[in-house]
Design a protein around this ligand. Structure first.
Ligand SMILES: O=C1O[C@H](COP(=O)(O)O)[C@@H](O)[C@H](O)[C@H]1O
Length: 235
């Protein structure tokens, strides 16, 4: 890692959710006190949803908080697999929160990639925090190992903030092209939190120990981080 990650271990997934929600609440409070707004990039998938629901219950001035998904499945925005839709559900209690999406309404991949770049071009400041999940194949955001666009998307000097990713093969549980923030954009943050449970700790350890020329995506991203990195794990 570019800097040393702090590892946090919790006895239960509930304890993890409570602790990470408290950290993100504090992050938002500090950012709002400092410059009147906060911006978080949040992983999709299932693992972080309980922590999002807890964070949404915090008494924050939510209209000053902007949330973006770290990545999106190229599906219509009302589709059950849509990360933006899951975020909207999880943050339903956060009255007034601003939620930006990475895709166009029908999920078309190429038009979504352009729309995501436009969106991010208008928000060049660092994120106050990025929350990453991780797949069993060591992907983070939608930076999938083996995707043809992966080398460009992992380049820490890339000028693109978001790109289309075509996982190969498509993951059976969400078999769609993706829009992902690039590693360069994910790393423009004041803090990076990787939230994992169960067997994924072993996946992370294997990825970090990999000697392959092409580092597994989670390792490539953590390697290049200059902001504080926190790894949160529970059984
Ligand atoms: O497809 C995705 O998968 C990962 C992991 O999801 P989980 O359900 O195993 O927690 C997620 O971090 C990523 O944002 C998402 O789009």
């Amino acid at each position: 890692m570019g800097n040393v990650a702090t590892e946090h271990q919790y006895d239960t997934a509930d304890a993890l959710a409570e602790a990470v929600a408290a950290v993100l609440r504090h992050t938002c409070e500090e950012a709002i006190a400092r410059r009147g707004r906060a911006m978080l990039a949040l992983a999709g998938g299932r693992t972080p949803l309980p922590l999002y629901r807890r964070l949404a219950a915090a008494p924050l001035p939510w209209e000053q908080v902007l949330l973006l998904p770290t990545d999106e499945r190229c599906v219509p925005q009302d589709h059950p697999a849509c990360n933006q839709r899951a975020l909207a559900d999880a943050f339903a209690a956060a009255d007034g929160v601003r939620l930006a999406g990475l895709t166009v309404a029908d999920g078309d991949p190429d038009r979504s990639a352009l729309a995501a770049r436009d969106l991010l071009a208008g928000r060049p400041e660092p994120f106050d925090a990025v929350v990453l999940g991780m797949g069993g194949d060591a992907h983070v955001a939608s930076l999938f190992p083996g995707a043809p666009q992966l080398p460009g998307a992992l380049d820490p000097h890339a000028t693109r903030d978001a790109c289309r990713i075509d996982p190969q093969p498509l993951p059976p549980d969400a078999p769609y092209p993706r829009i992902s923030l690039t590693a360069a954009r994910l790393l423009r943050t004041r803090a990076l939190h990787l939230v994992i449970t169960g067997d994924k700790r072993a996946v992370l350890r294997d990825a970090l120990a990999s000697t392959a020329t092409q580092r597994p995506p989670v390792a490539a991203v953590l390697d290049a981080a200059t902001a504080p990195v926190h790894v949160h794990w529970s059984p």
